[in-house]
Design a protein around this ligand. Structure first.
Ligand code: NAD
Length: 502
């Protein structure tokens, strides 16, 4: 971070109808993690600049709220077509600023497009309920109304998909929006919003601000902000939830994770090991649904670890930008690479066996670290308790499924958990009792798609209504109940229920 001179490649913000460079004298670098080069600079907005962006969103709200819902939804039909047309460009931007492979970026953009498809169906999904004659001559109905200015604060690991969990739904519900993307990956947000405007969204409905704590604190405190959606690490998620709700805002706040993968002795080992590796090493382990702790039941430990080492050793690790043959790209920053590497030392000091050490020299200046397997871990070790968010898979060995469930009970987090088995009974017992909100049965990454809620539990989520699915629509709307009575000519206006004293 630096100050004083305005740098080149500064990422713009969108305030109402104007793309502009911020006045802030603070910024941070955006890197291409594949080669370590600085590719842009993200300005860090002051509290005053942030307030100006919120006010632009507030000014656009009355007209947008009155725009017929079908017209709001039609923007998403056009937006979907534009995202499709620019699909390869959007995936390339994700790879360039994040470092995941192009195949992983394409998968991410696809998941995001599904959210736009979901949002295009909101006219049906937003409908209320009615019950005629709930009392004599009285009809009751509910209607969903937008809440106002909604804010999205998003993490670095899904620069395209996570913002799309939020703004298409909020906007079609009739709200206006301010996005504060991760300062590490602001370029996807800029391009996605340019395309949204091209789809015909009126000025002010969508806005973009960049920043760090100062900007986020200003968003949390601004009286015009009605709702906050946050996705990021647990300590920040918790603090956003506490500050936002203390300020009277509705908040949905998704945090970090430590996802368990249970391997029963009857599991098909070949497909299980492939699924374990994809879960743990996909996106270089930087997914909130990444498998992080494998729990081998009965005799499953030795064959799993042996095959996993072989599989992981053959993964091609390298700069993902420009090379489609790579299986695993870099992590986001050099300091993150060092943090991941440190966990291998911590595990060894605590008595685990380093079965595969991913720390090695790579050509070039990318933030590369290879896949690691840490064997014979136990529940009190830091590699079991803490989120590493890198390509490290720990393996614990237990005697029974109930022992595996007990490790899950002790977990601070509660995003996803997976079982690999051929037994319907074991699968059912696991589904019923594992202490997490998203369950996979022979599915390595049980991330729900747009139509289902992203149901983290424990310290993986703070709030009530999750992102995605109809829970998202409920979060971005508030209900109104109307009771209606039209008396006949000559009939008293007094409510018959009131008259009868009931
Ligand atoms: P992060 O918490 O560092 O940052 C997330 C957002 O918060 C960013 O926009 C950042 O600018 C902002 N922020 C950072 N520090 C802040 C502070 N002190 N005050 C206010 N705002 C602050 O997370 P990250 O490193 O960008 O993303 C990785 C984390 O996100 C992991 O923990 C991962 O598990 C989690 N994640 C969770 C989900 C989920 O659905 N549960 C999905 C994706 C990522």
């Amino acid at each position: 971070m630096s100050s004083a001179v305005t740098p080149a490649n500064i990422v713009p913000q969108l305030c109402g109808d104007r793309w502009q460079t911020m006045e802030s004298d603070r910024w941070t670098e955006v890197y291409n993690p594949s080669n370590g080069q600085v590719i842009a600079r993200t300005p860090l907005a002051t509290a005053d600049e942030t307030a100006t962006v919120v006010e632009a969103a507030a000014a656009a709200f009355p007209a947008w709220r009155e725009t017929p819902v079908i017209d709001r939804a039609r923007v998403m039909f056009r937006y979907r077509a534009l995202l499709d047309e620019h699909f390869e460009e959007l995936a390339a931007i994700v790879t360039r600023e994040h470092g995941k492979t192009l195949a992983e970026s394409r998968a991410e953009v696809n998941r995001g497009i599904e959210m736009v498809e979901f949002a295009a169906g909101i006219p049906s999904l937003m409908m209320g309920e009615s019950l005629p004659n709930i009392a004599r001559g009285v009809d009751a109905e509910t209607a969903r109304h937008p809440v106002g200015v909604c804010v999205g604060i998003t993490p670095y690991n899904f620069p395209n998909m996570v913002p799309l969990w939020m703004f298409p739904v909020a906007i079609v519900c009739g709200n206006t929006f301010v996005l504060k993307p991760s300062e590490k990956v602001p370029l996807s947000a800029v391009r996605m919003i340019e395309l949204l405007l091209e789809a015909g969204l009126p000025p002010g409905v969508m806005n973009l601000v960049h920043g760090d704590k100062e900007c986020v604190d200003a968003l949390l405190a601004h009286p015009e902000v009605a709702a906050i959606s946050f996705v990021g690490s647990t300590p920040i998620a918790k603090s956003i939830y506490e500050a936002g709700t203390a300020n009277g805002k509705r908040v949905q706040s998704a945090g970090g994770a430590k996802n368990h993968l249970i391997i029963m002795p009857d599991a098909d080992m070949d497909s299980t090991v492939q699924a374990l590796a994809a879960s743990a090493y996909g996106c270089a382990g930087q997914r909130c649904m990444a498998g992080s702790l494998a729990v081998a039941v009965g005799g499953a430990g030795d064959p799993v670890v042996e095959s996993l080492i072989e599989f992981a050793t053959n993964l091609r690790v390298g700069p993902s930008d420009g090379d489609e043959q790579i299986d695993m790209g870099p992590v986001i920053r050099d300091d993150h690479r060092q943090r991941v590497a440190q966990y291998i030392d911590i595990a060894a000091e605590e008595g685990a066996t380093i079965a595969l050490d991913g720390r090695r020299e790579f050509a070039g200046d990318g933030f590369l670290v290879g896949p690691s397997v840490v064997d014979h871990v136990t529940p009190e070790m830091r590699v079991v308790k803490e989120e590493i968010f890198g390509p490290v898979l720990s393996v614990a060995r237990v005697d029974s499924l109930d022992d595996a469930l007990a490790i899950g009970d002790g977990c601070e987090y509660g995003n996803g958990a997976v079982i690999f088995t051929r037994s319907g009974h074991a699968a059912r017992h696991f589904k019923q009792h594992f202490n997490a909100g998203m369950i996979g049965i022979n599915v390595g990454v049980p991330a729900p798609m747009a139509w289902f809620p992203f149901t983290g539990w424990n310290h993986s989520f703070f709030g009530d209504l999750h992102m995605q699915g109809t829970e998202g629509i409920h979060f971005y709307t508030r209900q109104k109940v109307t009771l209606t009575r039209w008396p006949q000519e000559g009939e008293s206006h007094l409510d018959p229920v009131w008259k009868s004293g009931k």
